[in-house]
Ligand binder design. Structure first.
Ligand SMILES: N[C@@H](CCC[C@H](N)C(=O)O)C(=O)O
Length: 261
């Protein structure tokens, strides 16, 4: 079978996108997803996203996300932003969208090439001596440190991801360095890619909330500088956590193709 696909990237976090409204791709085909994401034997991407019809009549579409290892995973922030750009390209939405992902419903807007995605509220931020841990749709271990430019993110990230603390479920790991009062540089090791990616949307969201929780910023708008570009996270601190969390940045179509599978 010949499969039409699109390739998108959001600050260098890259995804294969498939319009699966006709359900031609099975969610259980781990081998196929892994091959399509493989950079030598397939198209190459950090993850693959199926755009499907949603069961919820309030939605414009549904997001089904897989990591490059072929497994369906938790929420992908950059992937969600790219999917909104894809839905706009397909003519499903214009400048506003609502869709359901594995962690629930999301609103999104598009303006001047910037896709903003509303994330789920976050209640629990666990603060430990050397790190913070929180779930922004996906689990994130956040370490504020120095000299992140010279770190071996793959090795240091894998040590934490496979440590006894996270056991089989694993975690994503973010290494963060302050730039100014309201901006931070971030490098992320991603679970399911098992390597550093150029950017992680749920990761920078976690970093912004972790920075606020630990008093490293007083701003409810934080700029995050990733290896692949800049993202912004806006939020409101509430009595019991964070709400109105918006992740914003560019999301672009890179190419369209056909692959035999
Ligand atoms: N790149 C993503 C995160 C994708 C999920 C992650 N790899 C996991 O399995 O937890 C993002 O932009 O949020």
């Amino acid at each position: 079978m010949k499969l039409t696909f699109y390739k998108y990237q959001g600050t260098g976090n890259d995804f294969v996108m498939i319009d699966n409204r006709d359900l031609k791709i099975s969610k259980n085909d781990t081998k196929l997803v892994r091959r399509l994401c493989n950079r030598k034997f397939g198209i190459g991407a950090d993850g693959l996203i199926l755009l499907e019809n949603s069961e919820d009549p309030q939605d414009d579409f549904k997001m089904v996300y897989f990591n490059a290892d072929g497994n369906e995973s938790s929420m992908c922030g950059n992937g969600g932003r790219c999917l909104v750009a894809f839905a706009r390209f397909l003519g499903i939405v214009e400048n506003k969208a609502r869709f359901t992902a594995i962690d629930g419903p999301h609103d999104a807007t598009v303006k001047d090439g910037i896709v903003s995605l509303k994330m789920q509220d976050v209640k629990d931020v666990s603060q430990n001596k050397d790190f913070l841990f929180l779930d922004t749709g996906s689990p994130h271990h956040v370490i504020f440190t120095e000299n992140i430019a010279t770190k071996d993110i793959k090795r240091e990230g894998a040590d934490i991801r496979y440590s006894d603390r996270y056991k089989d479920e694993g975690t994503n790991v973010n290494f963060v360095e302050g730039i100014s009062e309201d901006s931070f540089s971030v490098r992320t090791y991603e679970r399911g890619v098992e390597d550093e990616t150029l950017s992680c949307g749920t990761g920078v969201t976690a970093v912004a909330l972790a920075a606020y929780s630990s008093g490293k910023t007083n701003s409810e708008r934080v700029k995050l500088v990733t290896q692949g570009g800049e993202l912004f996270v806006d939020f409101k601190k509430t009595e019991d956590g964070f709400s109105d969390i918006w992740l914003s940045g560019p999301a672009e179509q890179v190419f369209k193709g056909e692959i035999i599978c």
